[in-house]
Write a protein that binds this ligand. Structure first.
Ligand code: HEC
Length: 146
């Protein structure tokens, strides 16, 4: 191999690496990539206790008709779907007794806390509350294999 060929082969590999990285971002993230911040989950915990825990339990364990929001059925209910679908459910129906009384921003903080309770890691950017952004994040019940 001539030196020039070696260089261009190397460039090609390096460029395809960059391309793959970019296309992964364009396709969007999943909930295991760190899609909320620690501070947001801390805010969300307080808001969850105020607005959700009476029905879903202080540990998210579920009480009577209100299901648990950790592990099991809950995480699998939304498996493979964009987070926007779960968020829409919160926006339109929760808290069950007054869904309009809680803003999108607060619901995003609460959802960040729900993620953290389900062992999904925090990252550097807050979970957005815009549909167009939430559509790009996929909910996976389990961390996808690398
Ligand atoms: C007055 C009681 C009540 C309050 C308050 C309440 N919920 Fe619920 N929630 C329920 C009930 C009952 C269900 C199941 C039946 C239904 O969906 O209507 C449910 C279902 C859910 C589901 C679907 C669970 C699944 O397995 O997919 C989510 C998510 C949820 N609630 C989140 C919240 C959040 C977040 C809050 C606080 C902002 C909240 N709820 C406040 C009663 C409540």
């Amino acid at each position: 191999m001539k030196l020039f060929d070696k260089i261009s082969a190397f460039t090609l590999i390096a460029l395809s690496g960059i391309f793959l990285q970019n296309s992964a971002i364009a396709q969007g993230a999943n909930v295991w990539d760190g899609v909320y911040t620690e501070a947001q989950a801390v805010r969300g915990e307080k808001l969850y206790q105020e607005r959700c825990s009476a029905c879903h339990g202080s540990q998210m364990q579920g009480i009577e008709e209100a299901p648990g929001l950790i592990q099991g059925a809950f995480v699998y209910n939304w498996d493979g779907m964009p987070v926007s679908i779960l968020f829409q459910r919160l926006r339109e129906t929760m808290p069950l007794d007054d869904p309009k009384g809680t803003s999108r921003k607060i619901k995003a903080d609460i959802l960040a806390f729900i993620m953290s309770e389900n062992s999904m890691p925090a990252g550097t950017r807050p979970l957005p509350y815009q549909n167009s952004q939430l559509k790009k994040i996929q909910w996976n019940a389990q961390k996808p294999a690398e």
